[in-house]
Design a protein around this ligand. Structure first.
Ligand code: PLP
Length: 358
């Protein structure tokens, strides 16, 4: 009998893509075997588009801490370790803090995480606490938290691991490699939510590097989506008080603004905003019709694709990035679903059968 592929053979993305990354034989590799996430066909979305279009989701919510941030963090923390650093710091809407905490712990470093008090999804906060980070919740939004950690990283021997750290983007670009490796070519469109716009920048780097090396013939159109209440890149502005149910992209002044705008002005990208209700609609479609549970920020990629439906080229291949796992934000799930949930039932067979409609 043929031997099945063994997941344990996957060495983590640094080893898998070593020659594409700024690491040497002496770089200590801090890994939780991140990467190698599935590319899943989503026919319910494809059917809504029609005209022979194929749609896949890159389910990066299946990374070790439940978001794509692990791709960048394995690099950032490995390089910090190589440089002899003993502590890292980040500002975070939640996923960066969860990831930084886990990787710093594995690397034997302290992690300090600044979060906007009251605007971090429960699951993410729980992770940072479980991984033993020092969590500092400030009365202010993400943008203010980032200003503070940048100053602290300048003044003290602590490494900043937000996406201004170039190693983060290097690690994150491997998601583009995986997509091309799986499809045998680049997709026609890459749909992705944007917060600080590090991830769209990283994907763009990845596709360009692969094309230059001859691993794909074309580059995808980069379709970046933001929540309407928090869309500084769509409207080319700064949003003082960003507001959206998608807390992971509740960012008013993106740190990678210039890199994102360069993608747009090169003619290879288009940005659009999606409302919270469009995000929730896409979130529900994925759950109810595909069995895929992502966090609201991730659903912005599907919401944006559906909004751009009329412009999707015939017979094209589209990949939507699902950046984070739905379990991160249980409050959103419990408040936004169409399930039948019968509560407070008497514990007897007749009552249960009746509630079942039997
Ligand atoms: C961080 C994050 C984003 C935004 O990524 P950027 O690189 O900041 O644009 C989107 N979705 C989720 C789930 C995230 O954690």
């Amino acid at each position: 009998m043929a031997k099945p592929p063994v997941m344990q053979d996957w060495p983590g993305l640094i080893e898998a893509y070593r020659s594409w990354l700024p690491v040497s034989s002496t770089t200590p590799v801090i890994t939780l075997k991140e990467g190698a996430t599935p590319l899943i066909p989503v026919n319910s979305i494809a059917e809504r588009l029609g005209r022979g279009v194929k749609v896949y989701v890159k389910y990066d919510g299946l990374n070790p801490t439940g978001s794509f941030k692990d791709r960048g963090m394995t690099m950032a923390i490995s390089k910090a370790k190589e440089a002899g650093c003993e502590a890292v710091i980040c500002a975070s809407t939640g996923n960066t803090s969860a990831s930084a905490s886990a990787y710093a712990l594995r690397g034997g470093m302290r992690a300090f995480v600044l979060i906007p008090d009251g605007y971090v999804a429960q699951g993410k906060l729980a992770q940072a606490l479980v991984y033993g980070a020092e969590v500092l919740a400030i009365r202010g939004n993400f943008d203010r938290a980032l200003d503070i950690v940048q100053e602290i990283a300048k003044k003290y021997p602590i490494t900043l691991v937000n996406s201004v750290n170039p190693y983060r983007l290097e690690g994150q670009k491997t998601a583009a490699f995986e997509i091309v490796d799986a499809l045998g070519e680049a997709p026609d469109w890459l749909c992705i939510p944007m917060g600080n716009a590090g991830n769209i920048t990283a994907y763009w780097m990845g596709f360009q590097e692969y094309k230059k090396a001859g691993n794909c013939q074309n580059l995808p159109k980069m379709m970046g989506f933001q929540a309407s209440g928090s869309a500084p890149l769509v409207f080319n502005t700064t949003v003082k008080e960003p507001d959206t149910i998608a807390t992971a992209i509740r960012i008013g002044n993106p740190v990678n603004r210039e890199k994102a705008m360069a993608i747009k002005s090169s003619g290879n990208g288009e940005f659009l905003d999606v409302t919270d209700s469009e995000i929730i609609e896409a979130y529900k479609i994925l759950g109810q019709e595909e069995g895929i549970f992502c966090e609201p920020a991730s659903a912005a990629s599907i919401a944006g694709l559906l909004k751009r439906k009329a412009e999707v080229p015939e017979n094209s291949k589209i990949v939507c990035v699902l950046t984070g796992n739905g379990l991160k934000d249980p409050d959103c799930a419990i408040n936004n679903n169409d399930a039948s949930f019968h509560t407070n039932l008497d514990p007897d067979i007749q009552t249960v059968a009746q509630a079942m409609g039997l």
